[in-house]
Design a protein around this ligand. Structure first.
Ligand SMILES: [Zn+2]
Length: 173
C-alpha cells in the first residue's frame, strides 16, 4: 500500500488570498517544493485535498479550477515532483446542501485511500485550518499537521510555522 502526504491547497501549497482561481493570484508558499521532494524521496505519494466552495458560490467554474490545477501540477513537475491526484469539494452547505467531501468531513481522504491504495494509518496530512486537522483525524490519519504562524488551540499532532521544518523523525508513522 502507498503512504501519502496529503496537502491542503489554499494556505499550504499557495498563499490563501481567498477563492484563488487564477494563475496570477497563485503564489506558492515558501518551502513547498522542497517539502514535497523530501517526502517523495521517502516514497510518499502526494495528493491534494481541497475545499473549493467558490464553485458552489459561483465565484468561478469547475473548468477554472481544473485549469489552475493543471498549471499547478506542471509547476511541481518542473521541480521533479509528481502530484498523484487532486481531490476537491465544489460544495458549500448554504448553497448546495450537505456533502460528505467538504472538510472537516473525511470523504475526500477516504476516496483517495480507496482509489489510490493508500494506507491512511501511515500517512500525513498538512492543513492550515482546524477543519483539515479534523478531517485527518476522522479519516484515521495519525500525523495531522497544522501549518500556521498563529498561536492557536488545535488537535493537530504538531504545529508548523515553516514548511522546511517537517522531517520524518518528527512524525509518528
Ligand atoms: Zn463536497
Amino acid at each position: 500500500m502507498n503512504r501519502a502526504l496529503f496537502l491542503d491547497r489554499d494556505g499550504v501549497i499557495n498563499i490563501d488570498k481567498g477563492h484563488v482561481h487564477k494563475v496570477e493570484d497563485f503564489e506558492f508558499c515558501n518551502g513547498i517544493f522542497d517539502l514535497c521532494r523530501y517526502f517523495a524521496e521517502e516514497n510518499f505519494v502526494i495528493v491534494v485535498i481541497t475545499n473549493q466552495a467558490g464553485i458552489a458560490k459561483n465565484f468561478y467554474k469547475t473548468s477554472d479550477f481544473y485549469k489552475l490545477d493543471k498549471w499547478m501540477v506542471e509547476q511541481f513537475e518542473e521541480y521533479g515532483v509528481d502530484i498523484l491526484r487532486t481531490y476537491f469539494c465544489p460544495h458549500h452547505p448554504d448553497f448546495t446542501g450537505k456533502c460528505k467531501c467538504r472538510k472537516p468531513n473525511p470523504g475526500m481522504l477516504l476516496n483517495a485511500s480507496k482509489d489510490l491504495n493508500i494506507d491512511l494509518s501511515r500517512s500525513i496530512f498538512i492543513g492550515n485550518k482546524e477543519s483539515d486537522i479534523e478531517a485527518g483525524i476522522r479519516a484515521g490519519i495519525p500525523s495531522n499537521i497544522l501549518f500556521t504562524s498563529q498561536d492557536v488551540e488545535t488537535k493537530a499532532t504538531m504545529v508548523l510555522s515553516h514548511l522546511n521544518e517537517l522531517k520524518m523523525e518528527l512524525l509518528k508513522l
